[in-house]
Design a protein around this ligand. Structure first.
Ligand code: GDP
Ligand code: IMO
Ligand code: MG
Length: 456
């Protein structure tokens, strides 16, 4: 029996998997390439996805909702995407919103219509939506605001959410009272009953919550018909994409590692898994189909909203990074907090995600600085700690150990290859690469598509 098994194709493919040997594509299907944020969001994921999407057949979102704001600049035109995968810009690729995403339907169609006016025609023909994705209702967004006010009143601080209803929608999902796309497209009477129950549940928690149920149901019925042609069984759709002819499949992470519900700076996080595990659960694909995992990090650090930020610079450096980097949230218009690059968090993101390479964006923003610092370790009571602290009180107390580099004081925005960069900038990049232990594949020196130096 054992011998027969050993001779079989299955045995060899399993053994190859276990020993990490290169596997023929057909044994496990196509591989997906994943792009994930390695900091607190807004690292430039949209730009990296856009770069890769020019050759992709599919671009998928697997988690989050329209709390994300991804900027893509093509031919001088700026697009911002929230629920639509940034690959929607490529007329030859299909975009997919997976089961792990929470969808606010008015938000989705507003976004599509806005981009249609900008010239992005036919987006709705290129979009596939998983029938297992949960719906964010308008009242989830109102509840998001109410919860923020409650936190402010009770604890003197809130999370600084995007108020897009993300937390409440994922709460409904976890408490098994949420409604999915398949429910909306099924028996509408049944959907209406469950919708009313859900509203009642929230109203019992928040008596001030007013919902015009009939008006909401009327709108939802209209959205259902607009959505229907795009909806598929997401698992089967992905299975076919993985096991059909060779295809380039891209997964666009939203939010980022330090905002991950499990691994981020809890409770100042979002409500989904923005790390690599979210790719499998949010699309219904096996881990063996995960190929390259690209981490995106700015050459410094930013954060929107509340929460610990050990390398934050509440001084002229922070202000310079904010203004030069135009660090304003794409979704909320809030100023982003700024500080030095923190390699402790990028290494932590790498521990969880296993990056195969990194895209280092916004190097050009550092061009004018006399000296540049990089956080390389955290100390507690004078002693280096090897891990990233889970407890926020501890994180607030850490002392950051920095490495200081001389600034290159040269405009890098026109650099298109490694040799165009000043040697001091090259040293900065090499240091980061060595410290994280992951190769840097791209360096960003400007907003547009061509401002990306490819290293290998
Ligand atoms: P995402 O959420 O990770 O997709 O990032 P955002 O779009 O929210 O924020 C990144 C911002 O930086 C956007 O305004 C981009 O246009 C811009 N950006 C990305 N890469 C670079 C770069 O290399 N240099 C400069 N100057 N801007 C960049
Ligand atoms: P992209 O994809 C930056 C932050 C919010 C807030 C916390 C919780 O553009 O990188 P939520 O509305 O998700 O409940 O807010 O998470 N946040 C982001 N910050 N970029 C994002 O996405 C973010 N998505 C959520 O500011 O602090
Ligand atoms: Mg963003």
């Amino acid at each position: 029996m054992y011998k027969t098994c050993r001779d079989s194709k299955l045995y060899y493919s399993l053994r190859a998997a276990a020993t990490g040997q290169k596997r023929p594509r057909n044994e496990f299907g196509n591989k997906v390439t994943v792009v994930l944020g390695a900091q607190w969001g807004d690292e430039g994921k949209g730009k990296v996805v856009d770069l890769l999407a020019t050759e992709a057949d599919f671009v998928c979102r697997c988690q989050g909702g329209n709390n994300a704001g991804h900027t893509v600049v093509v031919d001088g035109k700026e697009y911002d995407f929230h629920l639509l995968p940034s690959g929607i810009i490529n007329p030859k690729s299909i975009s997919l919103i997976g089961n792990g995403v929470v969808i606010h339907l008015p938000g989705l169609f507003e976004e599509g219509d806005k981009n249609d006016k900008k010239g992005l025609k036919g987006w709705d023909k290129r979009l596939i939506v998983s029938d297992r994705a949960h719906i964010v209702f308008d009242f989830h967004q109102i509840v998001d605001g109410l919860q923020e006010s409650e936190r402010q009143a009770q604890e003197g601080k809130n999370i600084g959410t995007t108020k897009k209803g993300i937390g409440p929608a994922y709460s409904s999902k976890a408490s098994r009272t949420g409604l999915r796309v398949c429910d909306l497209l099924g028996d509408f009477k049944d959907f209406s009953t469950r919708f009313k129950n859900l509203v009642r549940q929230y109203q019992s928690m928040y008596p001030s919550l007013e919902v015009d149920v009939e008006d909401q149901l009327k709108q939802l019925k209209e959205y259902a018909e607009r959505l229907r042609p795009m909806v598929r069984d997401g698992v089967y759709y992905m299975y076919e994409a993985l096991h059909g002819p060779p295809k380039k499949i891209l997964v666009e992470g939203a939010n980022a590692a330090l905002l991950d519900i499990d691994f981020g700076t809890y409770p100042f996080v979002t409500s989904s898994n923005c790390t690599v595990g979210g790719v499998c659960t949010g699309l219904g694909i096996p881990p063996l189909n995960i190929g390259d995992v690209f981490g995106v990090s700015k050459a410094y650090t930013t954060r929107v909203g509340i929460g610990a930020f050990p390398t934050e610079q509440l001084n002229a450096v922070g202000e310079l990074l904010q203004t030069r980097g135009h660090e304003v949230g794409v979704t909320t218009g809030r100023k982003r907090r700024c500080g030095w690059l923190d390699l402790v968090i990028v290494r932590y993101a790498h521990m969880i995600n296993g990056f195969t390479a990194i895209a280092l964006t916004k190097l050009d923003i550092l061009d004018v600085l006399d000296e540049i610092k990089v956080g390389i370790a955290y100390k507690l009571n004078g002693k280096r700690i090897p891990h990233f602290p889970a407890n926020m009180d501890v994180l607030h107390k850490v002392e950051v150990e920095y490495e200081t580099f001389p600034g290159w004081k040269t405009d890098t925005s026109a650099a298109r290859k490694w040799n165009d960069l000043p040697s001091k900038a090259q040293n900065y990049i090499r240091f980061i690469e060595n410290h994280i232990g992951v190769p840097i594949k791209w360096v960003g020196v400007g907003k547009s598509r061509e401002c990306m130096i490819q290293m290998f």
